[in-house]
Write a new protein. Structure first.
Length: 126
């Protein structure tokens, strides 16, 4: 592939690519599912981490607010809630990773299409 540069050293092909990507960007409007998946994943991750930390701290305390000792069942309930918080965190992180991966793959596909179009134009001689 030939790569021409202008006086500033920037690749004109890269500039053309960025212009084409700018033209192709269509706003998803209110129903952009990837943006919502990312945000929900972020909220789940933060809430899960807070839930886990709060449960862990409460599990370590041998007394409740009235000064009496915690029962074994209350202690086990807090452990279960800490595990629930960890699962929320894991689900949120998976949602964030999937959303980010989908966004990267869309960018890669647009780039690939643009480069193939440029290669075809070179072969045809446009």
């Amino acid at each position: 592939m030939s790569d021409t540069t202008d006086a500033t050293g920037e690749s004109t092909r890269l500039e053309d690519f960025h212009q084409e990507v700018g033209k192709l960007r269509a706003s998803g409007g209110r129903a952009n599912p990837d943006r919502w998946v990312f945000r929900i994943g972020l909220i789940l991750t933060i809430a899960g981490m807070a839930f886990t930390v709060a449960s862990y701290i409460l599990t370590g305390q041998p007394y409740d607010t009235e000064g009496t000792t915690l029962h074994q069942s209350n202690h086990l309930d807090l452990i279960v809630s800490a595990i629930f918080g960890l699962s929320l965190t894991f689900i949120g992180l998976v949602m964030i990773a999937v959303s980010s991966f989908k966004r990267f793959m869309r960018y890669w596909l647009v780039r690939l299409v643009y480069e193939y179009r440029e290669q075809t134009d070179r072969v045809v001689g446009r």
